[in-house]
Design a protein around this ligand. Structure first.
Ligand code: MV4
Length: 447
């Protein structure tokens, strides 16, 4: 087992990783920017190294600075958390070169899933259902229009280097193709330095449902059922739940098997997520694979009783997994508490937390790095806490979540709590019959 793990991240996930390391008897090294001197991850780690100024590029994204911190502290592994360098193939490769175990995917695995057209081809070849569309990259507008006429409109062009909604354009008729193609090419070229596009049939009003998988170094992969992440605003998830209100046991087994096939096809090692779109007929299609731990992993932990960070560390150290799939009986939901003003377009609201009280009681978990007196810096993402609620039924979870949200006190900054409180009373949300478009028509003005 590792003796010392460097955590190449900040905020709640850095703290989350430190907690598991402590339980496993593994020493920890925190890295921090000058904006994070007063952060809890710095306080709770065994050692801490300042890696640069507030700007992420010069600190949490600086590979030389982080490798140097690992070298001087003698860390034998690096946990990248999510975001920052967690899906950076170059960083994974450099860690391997320096004999530091990267607790995540190999450079090859990251590359094979990072290019979306390649990822899709890999999945299709291993028998995972994919959305009908172009075979690899689209060569021309003419080819795109020909394929679209065969499939029928609407269609969507997507950046192969994209993900998370950037570089995509929906096309409703052939006349729109040229402009959509030009715009998507321009946007993806500028954003990713790669303007390759592929084409898909546009799935209207889908649900975003993902399967948690874990693979070990012996090529064994198991799944831990699904998370429904359909409550999103502009590709930012706000609420996730498990099980999905629309997934039957039959569908769960099929999606689980598909996710395992896909991960096994690339010899995937570690915790990963296979994202699917599920259409109104209950058909599912591979969308993307995330080769990292995800923000919403705690809802899976609550219903399976696995510590997913511990599983990541164990498989990285070569410990085999049992290989059993899990079909939990409990229900869990996560609300992301962001320092944002939901009344004003979710505008970031950094600043000092003047007063703070966390809810508690049965079935409540809070993953957070903030405390009364803490100043939320404006340099990073605005998530300040995850409120995770578990119960025997979806109804129990909704009731408990509303109670916990009402108990939550955060003063000094605006938060997404008023939005979540309104959501818990929304009839459509309560019914479980909503799609990824749900928040497009939500009234945020009366929060
Ligand atoms: C789609 C789609 C409909 N049809 N692809 C959005 C992010 C990126 N990962 C892919 N996305 C979508 N791809 C086809 N063929 C609809 C979306 C989409 C979406 C997906 C999941 C969750 C929220 C979404 C919001 C808008 C669009």
């Amino acid at each position: 087992m590792f003796k010392k793990i460097l955590i190449a991240n900040r905020g709640e996930i850095a703290l989350r990783i430190i907690r598991t390391c402590r339980e496993m008897g593994i020493k920890t090294v925190a890295v921090y920017s000058t904006a994070d001197r007063e952060s809890l991850h710095v306080r709770f780690a065994d050692e801490a190294v300042c890696i640069g100024p507030a700007a992420s590029r010069q600190s949490y994204l600086s590979i030389p600075n982080i490798i140097s911190a690992a070298e001087i502290t003698n860390a034998d592994a690096i946990h990248p958390g999510y975001g920052f360098l967690s899906e950076n193939a170059e960083f994974s490769r450099i860690c391997a070169e320096y004999g530091i175990k990267f607790i995540g995917a190999t450079a090859d695995q990251i590359n094979s899933m990072g290019d979306k057209a390649t990822a899709k081809a890999t999945m299709r070849n291993s028998g995972v259902p994919v959305i009908p569309g172009s075979d690899g990259l689209l060569e021309s507008v003419e080819e795109g229009i020909r394929l679209s006429n065969e499939m029928g409109y609407p269609v969507i062009v997507k950046a192969t280097a994209g993900g998370g909604g950037r570089g995509m354009r929906i096309i409703n008729k052939p006349e729109e193709f040229q402009k959509a193609w030009d715009d998507a090419k321009m946007e993806s070229g500028a954003a990713f330095g790669n303007d390759g596009l592929y084409l898909e049939k546009f799935i209207e009003e889908p649900r975003h449902i993902e399967i948690q998988i874990v693979g070990d170094q012996n090529g064994r992969v198991c799944h831990l059922s699904e998370r429904d992440c359909s409550i999103q605003r502009r590709h930012q998830k706000l609420v996730e739940e498990t099980p999905s209100p629309v997934v039957t046991q039959e569908l769960r087994e099929k999606m689980g098997e598909a996710a395992i096939k896909g991960a096994a096809a690339i010899g995937y090692e570690g915790a990963g997520t296979i994202e699917f779109l599920v259409d109104k007929h209950g058909k599912f299609y591979f969308m993307e694979m995330n080769t990292r731990i995800q923000v919403e992993h705690p809802i899976t932990e609550e219903v399976t009783d696995f510590d997913l960070i511990k599983e990541q560390i164990k498989v990285a150290a070569g410990v085999p997994i049992s290989g059993t799939n899990y079909f939990p009986k409990l229900f869990a939901m996560e609300c992301r508490i962001n320092a944002e003003d939901p009344r004003n377009g979710f505008r970031p609201s950094p600043g000092k937390i003047t007063n703070l009280h966390f809810p508690g009681g049965h079935g409540i978990r809070i993953d957070s790095h903030v405390y009364a007196g803490y100043t939320i810096p404006s340099n990073y993402d605005s998530m300040i806490a995850k409120l995770i609620v578990t119960g025997q039924s979806r109804e129990d979870v909704l009731t408990r979540m509303k109670r916990a949200l009402q108990e939550f006190v955060i003063e000094g900054v605006k938060t997404t709590i008023p939005f979540h409180i309104k959501l818990m009373d929304d009839e459509t949300f309560k019914s479980g019959k909503f799609t990824t478009k749900f928040l497009e028509d939500f009234d945020f003005s009366d929060l």
